[in-house]
Design a binder for this molecule. Structure first.
Ligand code: SF4
Length: 202
């Protein structure tokens, strides 16, 4: 089992991919995309270091507790921690959960960079979203992605093409008031929703 440097996780979310999902954010990304919604997950600093086995236990608990249908891997950059995440993704497949992976690399870049264990992570990924967020190309139609340059790859039959347009899984955000006093926000609102939120605050 390998270690993963985790930035955060949510046991059960409905805005980070199809259906109920366990979402896992890893720490560290080389890029600095303007408008990145997780700027505090970019530095390569130790946050919470865990064995992939520990994450697998949390995921299995979440499956039993909430009936999640899958896991979503986000960042930071998941492909830079592909060894531990591929072990996690393999476990997910073994217990019947889908795996959705976001990466700032395009599929072509991934193949050129030859990042360690990236192929293994792709092997256990059902739904891949590639490409870095581009704030000049805000997405208004597809679910779960921030910009129109990001592409969906259906690497297995787990999900049907077109699910990214399915209105039952609309864009949205979730707010959580955690016991440690931190308010946690996740998901990706439409531009019109961002303007609505801003107008409430102004
Ligand atoms: S690749 Fe993703 S996580 Fe990295 S800076 Fe860009 S938007 Fe943020």
């Amino acid at each position: 089992m390998s270690k993963i440097n985790i930035a955060d996780y949510i046991e059960n979310t409905e805005v980070e991919g199809p259906g109920k999902r366990f979402a896992l954010w890893v720490q560290g990304c080389f890029r600095r995309c303007p408008g990145c919604c997780n700027p505090h997950y970019l530095d390569f600093v130790p946050r919470t270091i865990v064995e992939s086995e520990q994450i697998c236990t949390l995921i299995e608990d979440s499956k039993n507790k909430y009936g999640i249908e899958g896991v979503t891997l986000l960042g930071g950059e998941p492909m830079l921690q592909a060894r531990g995440l591929s072990e996690t993704a393999k476990f997910c497949r073994e217990i019947g959960l889908s795996v959705m992976t976001f990466t700032g690399y395009t599929l072509e870049e991934l193949s050129a960079e030859n990042l360690p264990y990236a192929d293994e992570l792709l092997q256990y990924t059902d739904l891949l979203v590639d490409g870095a967020f581009d704030q000049t190309k805000i997405e208004e139609k597809r679910n779960w992605v921030g910009s129109t340059n990001q592409r969906f790859y259906f690497l297995t039959d787990f999900y049907k093409q077109g699910i990214e347009y399915d209105e039952r899984f609309s864009h949205g955000i979730e707010l959580r008031f955690r016991p440690d006093g931190i308010v946690q926000l996740n998901g990706f609102p439409l531009q019109s929703e961002i303007e609505q939120i801003n107008s409430i605050h102004n």
